[in-house]
Design a protein around this ligand. Sequence first.
Ligand code: TRP
Length: 332
Amino acid sequence: MSQEIILTGDRPTGPLHLGHYVGSLCNRIRLQDTYKQFVMIADVQALTDNYETPDKVRKNVLEVALDYLAVGINPNKSTIFIQSMIPEIAELTVFYLNLVTVARLRRNPTVKTEIAQKGYGEHLTAGFLMYPVSQAADITVVKGAIVPVGEDQLPMIEQTNEIVRAFNRIYNTDVLKEAKALIPKVARLSGIDGKAKMSKSLGNAIFLSDSADVVAKKVMQMYTDPDHIRVEDPGKIEGNVVFSYLDIFDTDQDEVQKLKEHYQRGGLGDVKVKRRLADVLNTFLDPIRTKRAQLACDPQVVMDIVLEGTRQTRLVAQQTMHEVRKAMHLDY
Ligand code: TRP
């Protein structure tokens, strides 16, 4: 087992979807065998744009935990924990806030996009603007060296490392370690509408917990080639969501290649390809759904797993805070 530590997480604002799977879950499942891995349910971060609906966040902590366990994040290999139960993260965030300018936070590309999308204007809260600082605390409180995330999170890791360097320089220490993002090889999964990003808030997601019928329905709505009107027409593969999903999920890539050629030549209807994709996705999701349904029968067992992970994480976080306080001459 490598000494390097992985820290990663998700906001509990809804159940996880196929984009999460392709973007980070599959890396986490693979890496848990070789690394010490912490997987965080980021309820504090979820509150930065859901502070008025804490019950929604609360409910989704369980949903995300169910998704983790159902896809194969194994609690004997990975430590799953709840962010708000680690007060050391909040403490570290306060110390880090001195090392970051408001101007720098405003330039963070991910935050900038989100502020624009949500139309915050003058109502932008301090909490939302500074969530990358809190994310730096998430990562460094367990000395995370590797962070498996989707590519939209790259600016967060960059900002984390700026804080790490500033901290180590100013307090003349090497307590904190820089982190590396681990981005999947597969390009990110587009939404069913063809938008670049699959996201719950854009309403274009297929959830890991969707029933087979819902999956089939969503596949039937998928964006294909708007100029492919009659079956005989030649169709385009580029930008065609159905084919981009087959590229990722179909285990018979020779057949996919044949379908692509047929589609481009003309004579292959969208519905036929979509039926294949619905089958492919449901074959992939069936075991996940079954496991999820079993786990959902006994939520207390799931919460106990998460609480035990939280207890273990807290021990690591306390040790880091001890070192941080010493470096900052706060070890009274
Ligand atoms: N910002 C991440 C997201 O929206 C969630 C997250 C919070 C996270 N803290 C983290 C991811 C620390 C990796 C590391 O998906």
